[in-house]
Design a protein around this ligand. Structure first.
Ligand code: AMP
Ligand code: MN
Ligand code: MN
Ligand code: MN
Length: 287
């Protein structure tokens, strides 16, 4: 048995480490399999894959999509085993990148308005870009505010500026997200399910419905779930026959965050991998 981590972010989205550095960190942590799941981009997968080949770390290509479903916004869907060169996927991701760029400009403009009323100098979007290597999001605007000394940490940046000045994101419609992941040979897994709702009955109904739409699995072991949540999700996955996955949601931004370790220091066994790999292989064969 070995250890894995199926939810890791790199500097291609809002993580700190480059894809290559992630592999080094995985080696140091004794993690044999990782899935790179950047927000709305697969740009880091090739580098991670190459570094993985050199060091013996198995890299599963992944992505984390922000999806809307019914009244729920920002439902996170993980796609595993996707063909990261598929034009159908890349075209959709590019469209999202363009929308995101417009949104970032609008958020920076709103933040600047607020800064001006406080008698502080406005941010230039180049300052934000300089702090990002790939997909830019609110955390990068927050880091720019920190660099200016306007806030002490990212949480304060969100509380004082990024929440009040937020501009809604464009979300994937759930049906499109599931169809796209499947069409490019992937397996669709609901990330940190208790962030969608903490009400067990609501989650039960939602996940049952999502399964009829094509959802393949639940990220049962994740950083945002309590032990009780994980037991509930484990039971739900077993009852519905959904795959069970596990990941840290490592960004490298918070103190003590470690690749391959979840809340309370739990590690993720790669005994969960074979059913996921089998379904991904079947999906790839069905294309
Ligand atoms: P964005 O996709 O640009 O809206 O940025 C979303 C990211 O910002 C999330 O993945 C979190 O890492 C972070 N975030 C969102 N809301 C908050 C909040 N209220 N406090 C701290 N971090 C947040
Ligand atoms: Mn993130
Ligand atoms: Mn997420
Ligand atoms: Mn994530």
């Amino acid at each position: 048995m070995g250890f894995m981590d199926l939810h890791v972010h790199s500097s291609c989205s809002d993580g700190i480490l480059s894809p290559t550095q992630i592999i080094t960190a995985a080696v140091e942590a004794g993690v044999e399999t990782i899935a790179l799941c950047d927000h709305d981009t697969v740009a880091g997968v090739a580098d991670a894959h190459h570094a993985g080949k050199r060091t013996g770390v198995c890299v599963i290509p992944g992505v984390e999509l922000s999806v809307a479903f019914h009244q729920y916004q920002d439902v996170h869907l993980l796609g595993y085993g996707i063909d990261t060169k598929a034009p159908q996927l890349l075209a959709q991701l590019e469209m999202f990148a363009r929308r995101r760029a417009t949104r970032n400009q609008e958020i920076v403009a709103a933040v600047n308005k607020r800064l001006t009323t406080e008698g502080k100098g406005p941010l230039d979007s180049s300052e934000v870009r300089a702090l990002a290597e790939g997909v830019i999001g609110r955390p990068h605007i927050g880091r720019a505010l920190m660099a200016r000394g306007y806030v002490n940490d990212l949480q304060q940046a969100f509380d004082q500026y990024l929440v009040p000045c937020n501009v809604p994101k464009y979300y994937w419609p759930m049906a499109d997200a599931l169809a796209t992941i499947h069409a490019v040979g992937g397996v669709a897994v609901l990330a940190h399910p208790t962030t969608v709702s903490t009400d067990q009955q609501a989650l039960n109904e939602l996940i049952t419905e999502l399964q009829t739409l094509g959802l393949d699995g639940l990220e049962v072991y994740n950083n945002l779930a309590s032990e009780t949540d994980m037991l509930f999700l484990q039971g739900l996955a077993r009852r519905l026959g959904l795959l069970v996955t596990a990941g840290s949601d490592f960004h490298g931004t918070a103190n003590g965050e470690q690749i391959g370790k979840g809340r309370g220091g739990i590690r993720f066994s790669d005994a969960l991998l074979p059913p996921l790999a089998a379904l991904a292989a079947q999906r790839a064969a069905d294309r």
